[in-house]
Write a new protein. Structure first.
Length: 234
């Protein structure tokens, strides 16, 4: 009779992103290293607004059970599993694992003038965020809710990601096919909420923002002007 590993990822992932980032690598490694072992289930805990909160994965193990837990958690950490994730083999104690911290960027989707949304392109913001974060983080998933959209960023340090974002996203990569595209304004970045395992490390954006924005770090917008994202008050 085989064993089962119960996994809870401390990650805000859509089901398809959970599958692409975690379940597919697990299937490939298990198939090569532990034949007969397989991913048998997965799920996402949602809030009342259907925002993803945590992700679960179930793995049935055949063969080298003692080494299975280390193998599975190692694969998930290589895929960017956040700190605070845990895994349990059968009825054993939970084992904490994870190597990244998370930062959620929420975009105001209802309270801005209609022309802002009509002229916005979220792909420009995502590209600019990626340019600012570089190797310090990447977007693992997103969520579109009734009033806001969230971008879920993960990297070695949530505090460092917040610092880089607060300095303002970097230049938007040029699009040669649209050389004369007019400047646009993106919906407001409504708030930054840190998903660190340790709440005391919740960062407060600062750095290259103006003084009045530093006094209200959770209520500012980024506007695209001349190919650069600049902070403006709401």
């Amino acid at each position: 009779m085989g064993s089962r590993i119960w996994i809870t990822l401390n990650a805000r992932l859509r089901p398809q992103d959970r599958g692409a980032r975690s379940e597919i690598p697990l299937r490939e490694i298990l198939g090569a290293s532990m034949p007969g072992s397989k991913v048998t289930g997965g799920g996402t805990l949602l809030s009342a607004d259907r925002e993803p909160l945590v992700s679960d994965i179930d793995v049935d193990i055949e063969g080298d059970v003692p080494g299975a837990l280390e193998l599975v958690t190692g694969v998930l950490e290589a895929a960017g599993a956040p700190t605070g994730s845990r895994a349990r083999l059968d009825e054993g104690p939970p084992v904490l694992f994870g190597v990244t911290e998370g930062l959620a960027v929420y975009l105001n989707g209802t309270d801005l003038p209609g022309e802002v949304y009509a002229s916005s392109d979220i792909d420009d913001l995502i590209a600019a965020l990626a340019g600012s974060l570089g190797a310090e983080g990447d977007m693992q998933s997103w969520w579109h809710g009734p009033r806001e959209t969230a971008l879920y960023l993960y990297g070695p340090s949530a505090a460092r990601m917040a610092e880089l974002i607060a300095e303002g996203p970097g230049p938007v990569p040029p699009r040669p096919a649209l050389p004369h595209r007019p400047a646009r304004t993106h919906p407001a970045v409504q708030k930054l909420t840190c998903e660190c395992h340790t709440p005391a490390r919740t960062p407060h954006p600062g750095g290259g923002m103006s003084e009045h924005l530093r006094k209200a770090p959770r209520n500012y917008a980024w506007g695209l002007c001349g190919g650069e994202w600049v902070a403006t008050s709401r």
